[in-house]
Ligand binder design. Structure first.
Ligand SMILES: Cc1ncc(COP(=O)(O)O)c(C=O)c1O
Length: 386
């Protein structure tokens, strides 16, 4: 699939999330509990960092709220927000920290959070940490989600959390229908685009942008450890929600800030994503891999992402397959429960723009020959497209 070339509207909807958050921000402000993530004054002697031995090292020395905020963090946040066409962005130390911190901050007592059954562990843990009512709906089953939203009696915010590209299956959430559903139920939408950024959408802006739905996503989470080749993550959202997360997302408040050099590295990578040349090469590689797998009966149709799951079934078969493939010079990790549901252990391939034709073809041969040697029958996997 060629990257979608849709231009999204640049305005962010003032949605139900902002309406729910505004009084919480005001309540914090009234109690002098609203935090500020500004950099320390340039001329001041910083007497509150944790750099006890006086060496500057590579670390920020403290959490963002104490004295760890640097210009590099704020520059990167501005650039990321502009890229995905959101009013603001907030850095987290990892995608795990973003989901584990932002979800419980936003969905609190009296609220309800709805989470896709195949969401990443970091979303699952964020949901578990939330004091909201929790509903897990079957994977991408919008009819079930519709019923759950209709039946929900929680008086506060309804927050729907999903990935756009699912990390272990590579399929894409039906985002346009999900946006419509959220609108109908006045629910806020939280979308983790970890595996879509750099891969899907013009300039790698992800699935929501590709579908012209960027303004309909209340919180977009992106990671910097995947297409960016750096480390960390961000939540792109409204100014009010950013403000609230600064004060209330515990993984942001209570953790040392990202090293400046990491923020600078991620910022340096952004033009490479926007440029689109590597993304175009990646899609050629994906198409070549899938065509090869399809000829061998292991795949069907065009891929929707760079994640290609090949089902082995049992844990033992997945491990044996991974070892056989390694003996042929390719490393593909066996993915087993609890990362995937029991009975669906698999080799999860990911494609890189840097592979040449021979590497891609060799990978197909290694996979197919190994499966044949082990007697693992081909299952023609496919992606559901948004
Ligand atoms: C969908 C999704 N969200 C979040 C994360 C966590 O990101 P990080 O590795 O930056 O903690 C991952 C990691 O693989 C992921 O697949």
């Amino acid at each position: 699939m060629a990257p979608a070339r849709v231009t999204a509207a640049a305005t962010h909807r003032i949605g139900v999330l902002d309406a729910a958050i505004a009084p919480r921000v005001a309540a914090l402000a009234a109690r002098d509990l609203l935090r500020d993530d500004a950099t320390p004054p340039p001329d001041a002697v910083v007497a509150c960092s944790n750099l006890y031995l006086g060496d500057d090292g590579i670390g920020a020395g403290a959490s963002r709220l104490v004295s760890g905020t640097r210009a590099a963090h704020l520059d990167l946040e501005r650039a990321l927000a502009a890229w995905v066409e959101a009013p603001a962005a907030l850095l987290f130390n990892s995608g795990y920290a973003a989901n584990a911190g932002a979800i419980p901050a936003l969905a609190d007592r009296g609220d309800a959070v709805f989470s896709d059954a195949l969401n990443h562990a970091s979303i699952i843990d964020g949901v578990r940490l939330s004091r909201a009512e929790r509903v897990i709906y079957p994977h991408a089953d919008l009819a079930a989600l519709d019923r759950a939203l209709a039946a929900c009696e929680a008086p506060g915010l309804k927050l729907v959390a999903t990935e756009s590209v699912f990390s272990m299956d590579g399929d894409v959430v039906p985002l346009a229908d999900l946006v419509e559903l959220c609108r109908r139920h006045s629910a806020a939408l939280y979308v983790d685009e970890a595996h879509a950024l750099g891969v899907c959408g013009r300039g790698g802006r992800g699935v929501a942008h590709a579908l012209g739905l960027a303004a309909d996503v209340d919180v977009l989470v992106g990671t910097l450890g995947k297409s960016f080749g750096a480390f960390g993550a961000f939540a792109a959202t409204s100014n009010a929600v950013r403000r609230y997360l600064v004060s209330r997302a515990r993984t942001f408040v209570f953790s040392t800030a990202l090293p400046e050099s990491v923020a600078e590295g991620a910022l340096a990578a952004l033009p490479l994503l926007i440029d689109g040349a590597a993304q175009a090469r990646l899609w050629e590689r994906i198409d070549r891999l899938c065509a090869g797998l399809e000829r061998a009966g292991w795949w069907q149709g065009r891929a929707a992402s760079a994640i290609i799951p090949l089902l082995a079934g049992t844990e033992r078969d997945a491990l044996a397959w991974s070892r056989e493939v390694a003996a042929r010079g390719y490393f593909v990790q066996a993915i087993r429960p609890p990362t995937v549901p029991p009975g669906t252990s698999r080799l999860r391939l990911t494609v890189s723009a840097s592979y040449d034709d021979a590497l891609v073809d060799g990978l197909v041969d290694a996979l197919v020959e190994s499966a044949r040697a082990l007697g693992i029958p081909p299952t023609a996997a496919r992606h559901v497209q948004a």
